[in-house]
Ligand binder design. Structure first.
Ligand code: AMP
Ligand code: MG
Length: 427
């Protein structure tokens, strides 16, 4: 539906889209809107393998060889040719040598011969099967067994993990610990990745004090720049913290322009409430193309998205919990797309029993802070963290998940099945 809409068309004439209501924007729809304007940063760089952790591949990684490279034993045992198996009497084989992992066996086996072989040892010419050492009777230089393995048993074949030329990891893949090992197993030491995404952010508000300053009456310490720093650091982007800016039009304007000039993405918190007369909205209208939404969610109702110059812009609400919720629901996925992931995976979501009753109005999606825990029987359940005010950052610190209650959900009794979105390891 929204695919052919340009940002400027949308900003200048909201009625150009069917069922677009900036005053009651469903979460999924806002996410979809944002996604259509995102494409990966253009520049790439070649990095040593370890430095590529948490970056996104900008070129496919192809296997330069078969993995494993040669047929080898999956067990400590004896390698032999299955043609030598007797079915009517015990099989009796002569041991003519030993193969250790990493060493090739020079000789070739003749009829009724075998070699002792260690796990990972290369299968000698003429053998095709390995019998576990526990399954044989050893007598001097001979082994005997009655229960013969099937041909090919306990053999890892060349290329059974990866075939030469196969795409092992595709462009757009976010590199994790397992991938570093996988790439190393191919003997590849350098990878092509997208350059780091540059993200600038600042807080807005006359009431904000910085750490180290004494709080004057009516002031609060700026916490949003710290949660944003934490969440952005986890994503592995380059961070530009432009400070806490008072509600002063000149200062806000110069900071916004500096941010848009130096970064791919600008994030601000505070001052984007719909209907609120504040400077940020006027400035964004002057310098950018920005949509202002009331999202049908709690917390995190006001949200702005658009472009300021070449930079993507996210205007998050001021309330500290709302900043985190909107970051996880909208910004995280958008940044991953800009970092080069074509279809960023949403946070994992699943159903569990909630052990406490929940009060909730229908009509909007709530992201309550929850604690996933294993009960005495070892079954995972969830309970809310307690008071859910959108300024209570302690509820986020206590939480390891969001309890996601969609628009159709109303009050819930204890024992109801709810959806949870796991945060542990993400924050
Ligand atoms: P606003 O969206 O600017 O109206 O702010 C909403 C609420 O969030 C107000 O109570 C602000 O004081 C608070 N707030 C805004 N920015 C911050 C911040 N950086 N740190 C802590 N609280 C903030
Ligand atoms: Mg404000």
């Amino acid at each position: 539906m929204a695919n052919k809409t340009t940002l400027s068309k949308l900003v200048n004439n909201v009625s150009c889209m069917d069922d677009y209501d900036p005053n009651s924007m469903p979460v999924a729809k806002a996410r979809q809107f944002i996604q259509q304007f995102l494409s990966p940063v253009a520049q790439t760089e070649c990095l040593p393998l370890r430095a590529s952790l948490a970056r996104v591949l900008a070129a496919d990684i192809l296997s330069p060889a078969n993995v494993p490279n040669y047929d080898n034993s999956a067990m400590d045992g004896y390698a032999f040719n299955a043609d030598d198996i007797h079915t009517e009497k015990p099989t009796h084989l002569k041991i003519i040598g030993t193969v250790f992992a990493g060493k090739a066996f020079a000789g070739e086996l003749k009829q009724d011969e075998c070699v002792r072989i260690m796990t990972g040892g290369m299968l000698p010419k003429g053998t095709d099967t390995v019998i576990m050492q526990e399954r044989v009777t050893l007598e001097n230089d001979h082994i005997t067994f009655t229960e013969a393995p099937k041909r090919g048993l306990n053999v890892r074949y060349a290329g059974e993990d990866l075939q030469q030329g196969q795409t092992v990891l595709a462009t757009g893949h976010l590199i994790r610990a397992a991938d570093l090992g996988l790439i190393a197993s191919l003997g590849i030491g350098e990878v092509m990745v997208y350059r780091k995404l540059k993200v600038a952010f600042f807080s807005t508000g006359d009431e904000l004090a910085g750490i180290g300053e004494a709080l004057k009456k009516g002031q609060v310490y700026d916490s949003n720049r710290y949660t944003l720093y934490g969440m952005l650091s986890r994503l592995g982007v380059e961070i530009f913290d432009l400070g806490a800016i008072p509600d002063n039009p000149e200062l806000l304007e110069s900071t916004l322009l500096t941010a848009a000039n130096q970064a791919d993405v600008v994030i601000t918190s505070g001052g984007v409430s719909v209907g609120e007369a504040d400077y940020m909205k006027l400035l964004l209208a002057k310098h950018g193309q920005v949509m202002f939404w009331k999202i049908a969610m709690k917390p995190g109702r006001p949200l702005a998205y658009g472009k300021v110059g070449q930079a993507h812009y996210f205007g998050l609400p001021g309330n500290p919990v709302a900043v985190m919720v909107t970051f996880y629901q909208f910004v995280r996925e958008a940044l991953l797309a800009l970092m080069g992931q074509p279809r960023p995976a949403p946070l994992p979501m699943f159903n569990v029993i909630c052990t406490e009753a929940i009060k909730k109005a229908t009509g909007r999606t709530e992201f309550q802070r929850g604690i996933l825990f294993a009960n005495d029987a070892g079954v995972w359940q969830v309970k809310p963290t307690g008071a859910q005010g959108s300024a209570m950052l302690s509820s986020m610190s206590l939480a390891n998940c969001f309890i996601v209650l969609d628009e159709t959900v109303g009050n819930l009794e204890a024992g109801a099945l709810v959806q949870v979105q796991v945060l542990e390891g993400v924050i």
